[in-house]
Design a protein around this ligand. Sequence first.
Ligand code: CA
Length: 227
Amino acid sequence: MKLLLIEDEVSLSDALVNILKKEKYQVTAVYDGEEGLYYAVSNSYDLIILDIILPHLDGISILKEIRKQKIDTPVLMLTALAQEYDIVKGFDAGADDYLSKPFSTAELLARIKALLKRTGQYIYDETISFGNITLNLKSYMLSTPYNTIKVSAKECEILRFLISNPKFIATREDLINKVWGFDTEIESNSIEVFISFIRKKLIFIKANVAIVTIRGVGYRLEQKNVQ
Ligand code: CA
């Protein structure tokens, strides 16, 4: 799970990063509003923790811009006590939840977990399914009633993204951001290689789903017509 933390108080940010890393979250910490927006619109995070008062661009404006760009990443706002006015503005702008400072570690972790679960990002079920395929996210076993095969960690991530967003065209950029991480240099033809491995595995296990290439755009998982 990748989290983006936009908080300008360095000591608070450092403390949060430590807590979150202990919980096995990958955290990108940003201390400036404009930079925060740049990372947020990369759409490569599962959750954004957003402070309101920030240098260069405030949290409410960041949130409005993210939602305007149709990015639906859950956002947890951090507010100073008694900023009720900001809380209302935050919800109006598309925040999913908020925490008033100071808050306890337990409270923060519970809110994060609840938000990820609500948006289907949190893995509390070990398996996800589409058509006749089932993917086990812990053991990396991909199966149908006919056969089972092991996939690699990257193949598992690609499949998880496709299965979690059915009917949605995953662009090469989406896959690079979600699977390899924002700011990663990877050739887009290496994605093609991974996709072709997955396709072979789907055929091998007699899956009734296929990864369809949408030319010039990306990929989509589709269920084949069953006679
Ligand atoms: Ca602040």
